[in-house]
Design a protein. Structure first.
Lengths: 319, 327
């Protein structure tokens, strides 16, 4: 029995430790109206991806500037059914607003509708839900980003050259759009894609595929990675080859996370990276508008920024 | 009643978890009532865990026989994909699609059983192979995409999924429980009776306790194992159908790593991984413990880092409580 008691005590302490950091949801009783507090529920589909961690960070930082806001962050660990329960829990808790970055459109359409039926506004980030029963969708334009990347390479290579394209997961829409946009961007130039591979966004795969490309083609002018880790993997492959080709090949990537792409550019590993904005800050700005009773646009499309060695320190250049 | 509860040490662990849930509950912001104790939350808890519950039901049979089945998660994914493909893609009726999916599941289970019982491949290895193969099959039949209306030009349904999908996952009026939850409860209760009161159940315990002795006593070991793996996969197929209805989509990646939750629920309940000891009602308690832990952590928005550590601690604590029974 002693062991049981010890175990239970240990458990309680661990749980209590977690409790300590948890922001207390505020009960709005009568007579407490002087400072209206708002609770926002945020359901992230997968914090295993650095870009999504950045989204949460952007939301947290934007919310910190407004004392009346409390954000409850939940992580669905890449499981749509977990995200469904997140939304239902937020509804039960009667949060003032829900921000959701869905894993998948279909499974989350119904829960989001339920929230709207319960008069809780919903801001959808990055990936859409089906239909139009949500308050606001905030997302970036992958086709535009791909096109800008293509135009940049045309300019950098003087309109001709042999390049390698390291694609993201091509069954996903971002992969398809970053490819299609890029093809639009290089259309009409003499740039040739001599080698391409589906690297599923993963650096080790990109490194492996780039090794094949290097051994097959003596002349490669540039590498277009669908994300920064792919471009970085390609750089490492070129450096490991030991012929110094990493100094002549231009590597460009997408996403521009502060600790990832932007750092690679600052360190001179990548020539340029194009930001795929998380929309975290815009989500908080939109939430504040909604709380004030202002009308917000149904769809907010975010712009992109390019980071090169010249302006990486100063936050890049809008495109 | 109390005496019979006494052997279910897991009940203590469940009570401890329940009390923790009551202590650490957020409150609804309008009424100030604790959310954890609301009827809706309590009913949702089982619903959210019923896929794991179905997997754990089958897993308990296999573990009782002294084996293990790693393939349930992939069979779930394959079944979810196939069910969506048959109903949304080919426009089949629900009964035919359910029958076909369960039949495919049973075939996968029979292959597991043949590999483990006839060819004497260790169950861990045999079902590991099936885990890979079934995941591949899921991607193959769907053409590598998620199956949903109008995903392919030839799909019969272009607007919405069959009404059955919503019916399965919406609380029945008056009862407040989803058909999916009822399916899980029915399965585990029936299997509890089967394990306790049929000759199949007694053979299962005998084989798990000492396979050689069971063989010498004239028990058809290979046949019982075949039945067991087939049953386990059939439950995984049902879980796949539930998953498809809940997600409103046939996802070839569905169920990834679910087999670990199913094994954890079984072991936390008190069924021994060595086989021959435990039972279906233990697993029901194990499933409840896992479901409650998850709900409490989710309600409190505990960050993932601490959440994983807490889950690990709770698993160890639950098993320690179990062990006292024999200590």
């Amino acid at each position: 029995m002693k062991r049981l008691a010890t175990a239970v005590a240990a458990l309680a302490i661990v749980l209590a430790g977690c409790q300590a950091k948890k922001p207390e949801p505020v009960v709005n009783g009568p007579g407490k109206e002087q400072a209206r507090k708002y609770v926002i529920g945020m359901s992230q589909c997968n914090r295993g991806e650095p870009w999504r961690v950045q989204m949460d960070t952007d939301i947290a930082e934007a919310a910190k500037a407004h004392q009346e806001l409390t954000v409850l962050f939940k992580d669905a660990q890449n499981k749509a059914e977990m995200q469904q329960s997140h939304v239902r829990e937020f509804i039960q808790q009667k949060v003032d607003l829900i921000i959701i970055s869905p894993k998948e459109a279909r499974p989350l359409t119904k829960p989001v509708e339920e929230a709207m039926d319960a008069n809780i506004p919903v801001i959808v980030l990055d990936r859409k839900v089906e239909g139009d029963k949500y308050t606001c969708f905030i997302g970036a334009d992958n086709v535009k980003i791909g096109r800008e990347a293509g135009k940049y390479l045309v300019e950098q290579l003087g309109g001709k050259g042999d390049i390698v394209e390291l694609k993201g997961l091509m069954t996903s829409t971002p992969g398809q759009e970053r490819h299609n946009g890029f093809m639009e961007g290089i259309a009409g130039s003499q740039i040739k894609i001599v080698f391409d591979a589906d690297c599923q966004w993963l650096e080790p795969y990109a490194q492996r595929e780039m090794k094949s490309a290097l051994s097959r083609f003596p002349k490669i002018d540039a590498v277009y990675g669908h994300n920064d880790p792919s471009a970085h993997g390609a750089y490492l492959a070129a450096r490991q080859e030991g012929k110094g080709r990493e100094k002549t090949i231009k590597f460009i990537g997408i996403d521009a996370l502060p600790h990832e792409g932007v750092r690679y550019v600052k360190d001179g590993l990548l020539t340029a990276t194009f930001q795929y904005p998380t929309g975290g800050r815009e989500a908080i700005a939109t939430a504040l508008k909604i709380f004030k009773g202002e009308t917000v646009e149904k769809t907010i499309t975010l712009g992109t920024r390019i980071f090169t060695k010249d302006d990486a320190e100063t936050g890049g250049k809008p495109l | 009643m109390l005496a019979s509860l006494g052997q279910y040490r897991g009940v203590i662990a469940l009570l401890v978890v329940f009390v923790l849930g009551c202590v650490y509950t957020p409150v609804a912001r309008d009424t100030g009532l604790p959310i954890f104790l609301s009827l809706r939350t309590q009913l949702d808890i089982l619903f959210e865990y019923c896929e794991y519950g179905l997997l754990a039901t089958g897993m308990t049979l296999v573990i009782l026989s002294g084996g293990i089945d790693l393939s349930v998660s992939s069979v779930l994914g394959f079944s979810a994909t196939l069910f969506a493909l048959l109903t949304v893609g080919y426009g089949w009726g629900i009964p035919a699609a359910v029958a076909a999916v369960v039949a495919c599941g049973i075939v996968a289970g029979l292959i597991n059983g043949v590999l483990a019982a006839r060819f004497r491949i260790q169950p861990f290895v045999a079902t590991l192979a099936m885990m890979t193969a079934a995941r591949g099959a899921a991607k193959l039949v769907s053409g590598g995409i998620k199956v949903q209306p109008a995903a392919q030009p030839w799909y019969r349904l272009t607007e919405d999924t069959p009404a059955f999908f919503r019916w399965m996952t919406t609380a029945l009026p008056g009862l407040g429980i989803q058909p999916a939850t009822l399916l899980f409860l029915a399965c585990i209760l029936v299997m509890a009776l089967v394990v306790k009161h049929t000759s199949y159940g007694r053979k299962l315990y005998a084989i798990g306790g000492n396979e050689e002795a069971a063989r010498l006593a004239g028990i058809p070991v290979a046949r019982v194992k075949l039945q067991t793996y087939a049953l386990c996969a059939a439950f995984a197929a049902l879980a796949g159908i539930v998953n498809c209805c809940r997600q409103d989509i046939g996802d070839p990646e569905a169920g990834f790593t679910f087999e670990l939750d199913a094994i954890a629920a079984t072991v936390i309940g008190g069924t021994s991984l060595m086989g021959g000891r435990g039972g279906m009602m233990f697993t029901l308690i194990g499933v409840l413990i896992m479901a409650y832990i998850n709900k409490i952590l989710s309600l409190n928005a505990v960050a993932i880092d601490r959440r994983m550590i807490i889950q690990a601690v709770i698993i160890v604590v639950a098993v320690l409580i179990q062990r006292q029974r024999r200590g």
